[in-house]
Design a protein around this ligand. Structure first.
Ligand code: C5P
Length: 308
């Protein structure tokens, strides 16, 4: 059973106060883009996980792995043994602010539900997802959605159009809790500018990439920049080569550039690659669907030979 799950970028990320449970109250606009992890599950004697692809060495293989936690959660709920082999193929940057770990958790939930034929309903799946991490419900759902609470409470966003993105990957990840903590420290020193969702919501209704590019916003960006000052140059470089919007993705350090069209995306990606400001470049489109089972392409029947 193979499930494909998209990365996310936050088109707007407004971080409210720190709550008693250690999370910040958020209002955000999530947007799923076509960079994917594949999560494969197979029956096995006992639970184990393997990770392949870029950054695989940085993904934990023990109970810290969110996909492992997802398998255990479904097993506990349904009274089964969590006896599967998980294989994760990484296409989403690891620790990049694009919710790769959350995607793997969402993929594992869908995959074991299908493998074990447990038939969990949507509410149950979303509840399990929220227990695993703030971004996991969105990885199940995909598309473009408003997130409230700590990010796990989703509601639909009216929008039109397909957007063409270029992502600049950084060397080394950033720890999400460290970026939130840096923001709290900066706010304690002096008031910080606050992101606002309204411009993004209006731009999504219009379907205009230039309007969306102008309104992208992220309260975590100044904190990510404090921890990784080089990102300032990356943001600037994308704007110089024609991106209509530039923003740090989630807690970073990946930087997202919005482009006017698919052709412009090719141009911006090539120009950025020539500037030597980042480790790698990926192009992607959004919005795309959330976690879904990949049905193997049917093997084409061999052409029938001539009848005699
Ligand atoms: O929910 P998730 O495991 O992705 O969160 C990782 C960390 O990010 C949390 O432990 C917390 O430090 C921070 N976080 C936060 N407020 C949120 C979401 C995440 O402070 N709404």
């Amino acid at each position: 059973m193979t499930v494909r799950v998209p990365a996310k970028v936050n088109l707007a990320l407004c971080v409210g106060p720190l709550r008693d449970d250690g999370f910040h109250e958020l209002s955000t606009v999530f947007h799923a883009v076509s960079l994917y992890d594949d999560v494969v599950v197979e029956p096995a004697e006992r639970l184990s996980v393997g990770v392949v692809g870029e950054g695989a060495d940085d993904v934990p293989l023990d109970d810290r792995n969110l996909a492992v936690q997802a398998v255990r959660a479904v097993a506990a709920l349904t009274g089964r043994e969590p006896a599967v082999r998980l294989t994760i193929r990484k296409g989403i940057p690891v620790a990049g602010g694009m919710a790769g770990g959350s995607a793997d958790a969402a993929g594992a939930l869908v995959a074991v539900d299908a493998l074990w034929d447990t038939g969990l309903d949507r509410e149950t799946m979303l509840g399990l997802a929220a227990g695993l991490g703030s971004d996991v419900p969105f990885a199940l759902q995909g598309g473009t959605a408003l997130g409230a609470g700590r990010g796990e409470q989703l509601s639909p966003v009216l929008g039109r159009g397909t957007y063409h993105w270029v992502f600049a990957l950084a060397d080394g990840g950033l720890s999400t809790p460290a970026v939130y903590a840096a923001l709290d420290a900066m706010r304690a020193e002096q008031p910080q500018p606050e992101a606002n969702l309204d411009g993004v919501l209006a731009a999504l209704r219009s379907g205009d990439p230039v309007a969306l590019g102008r309104t992208l916003c992220n309260d975590l960006q100044p904190a990510a920049l404090r921890l990784r000052p080089q990102l300032g140059r990356v943001l600037e470089a994308g704007r110089e080569v024609g991106a209509v919007g530039a923003v740090v993705s989630g807690s970073g350090p990946t930087v997202a550039f919005l482009t006017r069209s698919a052709d412009d995306g090719v141009h911006v990606a090539a120009a950025l690659a020539g500037m030597d400001v980042c480790r790698g470049i990926r192009r992607a489109d959004g919005p795309v669907a959330g976690a879904r089972i990949v049905v193997d392409e049917p093997v084409e029947a061999a052409p029938a030979g001539p009848r005699r």
